[in-house]
Every structure is written in C-alpha cells, then in structure tokens.
Design a protein around this ligand. Sequence first.
Ligand code: NAD
Length: 484
Amino acid sequence: MVSRVIPVDDFDLVIFGGTGDLARRKILPGLFRRFLSGQMPETSRVIGAARSEIDSDGYRQMIREAIAEFGGAEAQDADGIEQFVQQLHYIPVDAMGDDGWKELHSLVRFDAINAFYFSVAPSLFGALAERLHTYKIADGDSRIVVEKPFGRDLASAEALNATLAEHFDESQVYRIDHYLGKETVQNLMAVRFGNVLFEPLWNNHYVDHIQITVAETVGVGGRGAYYDKSGAMRDMVQNHLMQLLCLIAMEAPHQFDADAVRDEKLKVIRALQPVDPHHIVRGQYDADGDHPSYRDDAEDPRSHTESFVAMRCEIANWRWAGVPFYMRTGKKLRARTSEIVVVFKDLGHSIFPGDEKRHRNILSIQLQPNEGIQLQVTIKEPGPGGMRLIDVPLDMTFADALGPDADDSPDAYERLIMDVIRGNQTLFMRGDEVEAAWAWTDPIIEGWQARNDVPKHYEQGSSGPEDAMMLLHREGRKWREIRE
Ligand code: NAD
C-alpha cells in the first residue's frame, strides 16, 4: 500500500509556551514526524514564544534535545533533525506584558496560514487573545489552538469561551482533546457509518451494555498537588471519556463535517441523565511497599479527591433508553489500556443441544496501547465430537490489516496539528459541547462535596475498588479484565 501524504499549505505556527513540557514532549516531536513524512512545506515555520530569554539558536538546540529524548525511532535521523530545526524560530514574549509582541508581529507572515497554539496555563488565554488582537498579529483567518483543561466547571468554561469569543470567531478556535486524534477513534466512525453491518444492531434492541475504560499504570507522582485540585472526574471523564461516549452513541451526522459531527455529539451529552449517586464509585490508591499512596502523592493526608472513578450512565433517547453505559478510569491500575466495549444481547434461543455456555457478540475497540478493533463471534470448535461452540475474535488490528503503513499513521497530536493547518475542526470540541459536558459533570462533583463523599481504597496494580466491580455484578454483568 502506498502511503499518501498530502502536504498542507504554507503556514506559520506560533507556539506560546514553546519551551514547556507539552511543546517539547508532544508538539515539536510530532511536527518533526510530519516534516519527515513530507507534509510540512519547506517554507513553513514554527515559532516558539515563551518567557525564556533565549534566541532562535538556543531554541533549536532545545528542540534537538527534545527530539532526541521524545522523538522515538525518528530521533536517529540526524540530517532530518538538522533540516527541521532550520524551520524553527524563537521570540521571548511575555503574555502579561508588552515584551516581544512587536517582534512577533514583524515575524509572522500574513500571506500564509497562521495558527497560534496556546500551550500555556488557561489563566493566560485571555491575555494572549487580547495581545494578538491589539498588536494586530492575528486576524479573522488565524487559528487558535487551546489545550485542556478547558475550565474546571461550567462557570470557568463559560468565562474562557467568552474570553476567546471577544476576539475570535468559534470557527477559528480549536480545542484539543487528543483522544479525538487517535486513529481508532476516527475508525470507530468509519466502522459505524461506513458499514451496513452494525447500524441495524446499534441500539437498545440488540446492545446489552457498553463499557468505556481508560486505565493508567502511573500514579499522580510529581504533579500530585496539582492533580489533587481536579481528580479523575475533571481530568478524564469530563473530556476524554465523554468524547468517546459521544462517538459511540451519536446518531449518524448527515455528512462528515465539523458542525454536523459536533451537533450530533452535543445531542448525546444533552441526553445524558443525571447519575444516581449509588451508581458512582470513587477511589484512591493505597500505599504499596515503597510506593506512596494517593494521599502521600497529593501531599494531603485528608484529600477526598479521586484517582479512580467508575459510573453507570444512561442516555435518554429512543436509541439508547435502558442501555447502561459504564465508564471507569483510574491511576495505578493493573495495565495501561483504553478500550470501548459493546456487549450485544444474548441470543433469544439456542438451537444447539448441550450448549449451556453463554455466547455473546462483543465488539471491542482498543485505543491504546495497540489501536485496533475486534469482534467476538461464535463458531463451531474445529474437529470431530459434535457441535461444540466456541467464541473467537475476528481481529481487525491495523498492524495486521495494513502492514507497514499502520506504523506510519500519525499520532494524535500530529494529526490534530495538521487538521488545524487544514482548517478542519471535526476532531476538536466546540464551545457548546464543552459547556454541556461541564453542565452534566458539575452536579455530580457538587454532590460529592455536599455529602463529604470519601473515596474507597484500592490496591495499586488492581482494577480499582471492590465496589466498582459490584456496580456491574449486581446487575448480572462484569467488567472486562483490565489488560494490555
Ligand atoms: P509548562 O509549565 O511546562 O510550560 C509552560 C510554558 O508557558 C513555558 O514555555 C513558559 O515559558 C510559558 N509561560 C508561562 N508564563 C508565561 C508568560 N507570562 N508569558 C509567556 N509564556 C509564559 O506547562 P506544560 O506542561 O507545557 O502545559 C502547557 C498547557 O498544556 C497547560 O495548560 C497544561 O494544562 C496543558 N497540557 C499539558 C499536558 C502535558 O503533558 N504537559 C497535557 C495536556 C495539557
């Protein structure tokens, strides 16, 4: 299969916070890969803009080192790195003051696409937007990229949206949720809306329940005090898990364009029912030998913030009424995995005598560590001995199906940055989506605070608190095992 990389139009990408962790770990190594693939025009420039008082040469050196550390296999390509860094520039800029803005104005080209990546704390978004406007650096065609967290509740998200809306149209704003940039997430839409097979079954007549799991093995480590102000609900559920839920539950958009897709996602969020407090389990990991507990990591022995949450949700519409959507996410769990599982209902009647085992079709969509889709189907066990049935996976793992091309597929950040340059907002969250997600999340968090809810304990390397298992057991179901 021939790889089809189409270069994007010439661009200048300014990265505010270009010396920060995210820029060095994800954004620049991602751009480097796009450069190597031939997607980045030779005349395009990436302009780091941050507080550090370095010059462009100093920045190039910083990014050489970042690519060596975080660039993966491509970091071996010394010639490629040298060519790439020649397209980098740097300007010291103070988001809160006047330093650097005139210089930035004289550097940015107005006859190319220009995009401004706000890879800084959200408290600086307003100051950046205002100065881009005042110094006439951005215009009605510029693109603004903002990172999570987009607010910590509805009020703060509304305030951030209002700040951006003062200077930019919604069509210029790209709110990143990197989960949406994953190959499998888009493939999920291709599978749902590009095949005749699934759509007739994709509803409460045939689907028993759906599980969404995002499990991490890492703890909150060095950023414990920061994490403690958010917790799993704000950090993961309100954005990543809800986005996955939307894609699995939404109606078919009339076409695959940004607003049509986002309209349908928004309808799902609005149809989400308030969650019964008995249908939520929160947890904190315990200490394990030398490994500190969540509360130690958070440096607060009385912290009530959750490092794990599991919940049972319902979507009140014709398609999904009565179908539970179970979501869970947590830190220090058994394995690092992100998976969506659609469990279909039992057959109404089995014609195979003696076959007492329950056979179910299960569609599982893995987002990490390996992206791929599997469908569990029931077949006859090969060989003599009568009609014995077994369940086997039909494997649609991309590495097998697509061969070496699967490795070349861009990672989430690369894809999303190129989408910004192309002006395609389909995989970015719209302001009203983010607000609707907070409107659903806020009462849940407020309920915990009002009840002084204390998270349950769970062992490091486990699947979370026992009560999370019970969430499904008491309804005769069980979670998929957490494994890579
Ligand atoms: P960081 O602290 O490593 O870097 C912050 C950057 O902002 C630095 O380049 C710094 O020079 C710049 N900066 C700070 N104050 C400034 C000012 N007044 N004027 C100009 N520049 C200023 O932060 P980070 O980890 O890179 O995160 C950046 C943003 O991305 C944050 O909003 C964070 O929540 C979000 N984010 C980060 C990650 C990650 O993995 N690091 C993941 C998702 C989202």
